[in-house]
Design a protein around this ligand. Structure first.
Ligand code: F6P
Length: 545
């Protein structure tokens, strides 16, 4: 196929056509688009892997969709998908393959990296994780004093925390309720102290999760955990082996910390931190829900991977969602996307997506190192419904900014209770309807509203949203949902021609903090060579601490 991805994003023919086409929506509102086609609400939908996407309430026509799909083609999305699934080193700034899809590849599938099939290793680690999880869950694995492990604390940060916390919360219904699961991430001592204050060290297992095993926060917390454990168990170093396991790609550093590499679960440099919740980083998830349900989750991921890899763009859920995100980000100047799960178990899903989306697509240069010529990654944020409705929805309905929303809900609840679920879901449909169609001054007047209050009570409408519906939140469904967003992020990054898999933007702050630590801790006043603001802040802190 004719490839135009060598052209800067905004120079591609489809981009230019979309630019011209976007002015149509200055005149045409969602209300008009619906009035023109009584079938629109049924037509502009797609379903795959048990997920139904209603994208009819977007500022699009069939022509928009076809231009967006053309843009995907001109951006060589098909080739990029194939390159990722083939294990090509598409993370060019780190010279790495990007193979989170191999973490959920079934046994027997072959995925080669540097001439080696990586799938057998993935399954080897999964088997070790399963054996270990079963030993913990059954009580066969005992702590140093012979007691069974009742508490599991994952220590990690970023991708080594957000996925495990989100998955634990999302799958709590399926979890072993006799056990306690906690997550320590922040270097703020409060996080560690509060997570451990009511726990018995003899019943507690720490999983130290860090891809690099060099992250300041994680290592600091891991050292505090070690001290807490040894103090609680009388100082016998042998206790470490029974109460600490590690998840990492760095065996040397794990062993330098004092964890036997026999108690280490590995993964690989081709798994990005924010794409790692289904690797050994998911050990806490597996202990919580058991190996069989973890396998179900992987099967869900894989089903969405296959859909993404094979479905035509116009029926491909992650492609459609990715293209819509680009559409608002670049042609309507929308700065954010709100993700609004109407399922309490998904309360950490927006926080998880923040890293997935923004660490991936918050980039200012292209794959060739040139400055991008358009806006890249939108800000993803959100809270579960209906709570958000009583907090920030005001701005989405009547503010001056355009905020495309993803509503996520399920036909069935895991906790049936009277009318609750119908009430919950009615709110999803009502919010999407209100955003799209609003309420005119005439409607407000007809209700008898005093004239001077009418402007305050008008809803302009024409505010876009997607509604995502699925059967019930299960391990399998969670895998599908996460993969849906992973591949939407990939689609967006491909259009912008950026490296969605590096994260150099987090480095500078880390390096500067290393320089400041001794300046805060030094017993004598250090010579400060920062700017005048930083110097002053350091001096003030030293005086007052
Ligand atoms: O802050 C950046 C980052 O590198 C993330 O990408 C990563 O998920 C997190 O830190 C934790 O890194 P690690 O797992 O190596 O401790």
């Amino acid at each position: 196929m004719f490839s135009t991805s060598s052209l800067a994003t905004t120079q591609r023919p489809a981009w230019k056509a979309l630019q011209a086409h976007s002015s149509l929506f200055n005149e045409k509102s969602l209300k008009q688009l619906f009035a023109e086609d009584s079938q629109r609400g049924e037509k502009l939908t797609a379903e795959a892997a048990g997920i139904f996407l209603d994208y009819s309430k977007n500022r699009i026509t069939e022509e928009t969709l076809s231009l967006l799909c053309q843009l995907a083609q001109e951006s060589c999305l098909r080739d990029r998908i194939d390159a990722m699934f083939h294990g090509d080193k598409i993370n060019i700034s780190e010279n790495r393959a990007v193979l989170h899809i191999a973490l959920r590849a079934p046994k027997g599938q072959k995925i080669m990296v540097d001439g080696k099939d990586v799938v057998p290793e993935v399954h080897e680690v999964l088997e070790r994780m399963s054996t270990f999880s079963n030993r913990i869950r059954s009580g066969e694995w005992k702590g140093h004093t012979g007691k069974r492990i009742k508490n599991v604390i994952n220590i990690g940060i970023g991708g080594s925390d957000l996925g495990p916390v989100m998955a634990y919360e999302a799958l709590r219904h399926y979890s072993e309720r006799s056990m306690t699961f906690r997550f320590v991430s922040n270097v703020d001592s409060t996080d560690f102290v509060e997570a451990t204050r009511d726990l018995d060290p003899s019943e507690t297992l720490f999983i130290v999760s860090s891809k690099t095993f060099g992250t300041l926060e994680t290592l600091t917390n891991a050292h505090s955990a070690r001290d807490w454990l040894l103090t609680g168990l009388g100082g016998d170093e042998k206790a470490i082996a029974k109460h600490f396991v590690a998840v990492s790609t760095n065996a040397e550093k794990v062993s330098a910390f004092g964890i036997d590499t026999q108690n280490m679960f590995g993964f690989w440099d081709w798994v990005g931190g924010r794409y790692s919740m289904d690797s050994a980083i998911g050990l806490s998830t597996m202990i919580a829900i058991g190996p069989d349900q973890f396998q179900e989750m992987l099967a869900g991921f894989h089903e969405m991977d296959e859909h993404f890899r094979t479905a035509p763009f116009e029926k491909n859920l992650p492609v459609l969602m990715g293209l819509l995100a680009v559409w608002y980000n670049d042609f309507f100047d929308a700065q954010t996307v709100a993700v609004l799960p109407y399922d309490q178990y998904l309360k950490r899903f927006p926080a998880y997506l923040q890293q997935l989306t923004m660490e991936s697509n918050g980039k200012h240069v292209t794959l060739d190192g040139k400055k991008v010529d358009t806006q890249t990654g939108p800000i993803y944020w959100g809270e579960p419904g209906t709570n958000g409705q009583h907090s920030f929805y005001q701005l989405i309905h009547q503010g001056t900014r355009l905020i495309p929303c993803d509503f996520i809900t399920f036909y069935k609840t895991l906790n049936p209770l009277g009318r609750h679920h119908d009430l919950l879901v009615s709110n999803v449909f009502a919010q999407a309807e209100a955003l799209a169609f609003g309420k005119t001054a005439e409607q407000v007047r007809a209700e008898g509203t005093p004239e001077k209050l009418i402007p305050h009570r008008v809803f302009e409408g024409n505010r876009p949203s997607n509604v995502i519906l699925a059967d019930v939140l299960s391990p399998k469904m969670l895998g599908k949902l996460v993969a849906l967003y992973e591949h939407s992020v990939f689609t967006q990054g491909t259009i912008w021609h950026i490296d969605s898999f590096d994260q150099w933007g987090v480095e500078l702050g880390k390096v500067l903090a290393q320089a400041i630590i001794p300046e805060l801790e030094s017993p004598t006043a250090p010579e400060l060579k920062h700017d005048s603001s930083t110097n002053h802040l350091i001096s003030l802190y030293r005086k007052k601490k």
